[in-house]
Design a protein. Sequence first.
Lengths: 308, 153
Amino acid sequence: MIKFVRSNNSKIILKMKKYILNGSLFITLIVFASCGGSNKPSEEANADSLAAVADEDTLTNETTYNIPSAIETFILLKNSGATFDKSLLNPSTNISKYVTNFSKAINLGVYSADLSLCLLYEQKQLMNTYLKNTSDLTASLNIEGEFMQSVAKRVTNNSNNIDSLKKIVSEVNVSTNLFLGENKMNNTTAIMAGGGWIEAMYVISKIADKTPNKAIISLIADQKFVIKNLVGQLENYKSDKEIETLLVDLQDIASIYNSLKQVAAQANAKSADEGMVSIGNNTSYELSAEQLKSILAKITALRNKITS
Amino acid sequence: MKLLKTYSALLTFIFALVFNAPLQAQCKDAVKEGINKLDPYSFNGQTNIVKVKEGKQADLRLVFYKGYNYKIQINTEQLFAEKVSFKIVDDSNNEIFNSDANGKKLDAFTFHSNSTQELKIIITSTEKGKERHCVAVLVGSQLPKNNSSVRYL
């Protein structure tokens, strides 16, 4: 059973934050009383902008956005015939640069995407390195517990079984998201999603630049839908200055996508399996070489900005 | 002061447990069960949790890639399952699936995506009240069996 175990103090502090944000005056008074006069650097003191800034009760609407996970996108990349390129990963040593909660969260997304890529291409050694990085950042963001602590052990025990490793990584993702949701830290989930998407886009754009491949270019064009949802997801938390800045960069990339031309599928495109309903308008978007270069330049700049 | 701190922290913790534990447990169970129900489709790694207020509706917008078969699985606590329905609409607001359309409540929809698209999943609670319920929306994917549905033509 997936279970998070945290120190009682950090658990209590997190719950306190939740109630402050829920607007309970009584609890707020208690929290202030309990925190007053402490000289010890506390978790609430260093919990910067990633403290729960919003929850589903305070969001502007009841619409939730989500984007395909990095592994889903990388599966399409691998199916297109792309080979693994280690140089495209964010160096694991960069982890020491991430000191703010925002940089930790966004790079947790980046490293999780890298981990997915290593997993898919069965790069076991690198997988262990990136699993350690994601585990360290998770702990650093106070998302830790019995389950996370057991991950390293399970990975060692299953290092030769790629299916088991995939299952472990999937469980880590689900557990992290559940934990963040439970603790009204959906803004952290959104930032992580942003980091994961930027890294996936960086990898596929770089590969497309080196070896232009119709399938990969189509995959980049498909991100038109993904970036729209990512922006929708992050906009719920735009009161956070760092998220607002990230949104400006993403909207700059989205503006290129707005100029893509829609084209109908060729006549020989086959439909679904027998008995399976086919959904969609049989169209796709065309990405010119110029648009690809422009996207590559902007995504590289953004990726360097968040990882450096 | 130390006593006050201990007391207030304990009180807050108890309040938090009382008000949040049931919903948290619902969400975990709903997600785990939902992932199992995706079989034989491969879980895509997205943990979509929608907390639906009784009598209200909530929307979830998801992106589906061209050329794949998908299964969208809705899962919630057993008692609430009969009081929640969902429909799926495309970007032109055309209804493509309604869980209540055939008189029998369905909790999953499978389809082939012939273009990369965003679909809106609208979850509605028919229960009257003020509580929130956790609804997990899980997505599984697989390549078409005939394998002739090439993604990029």
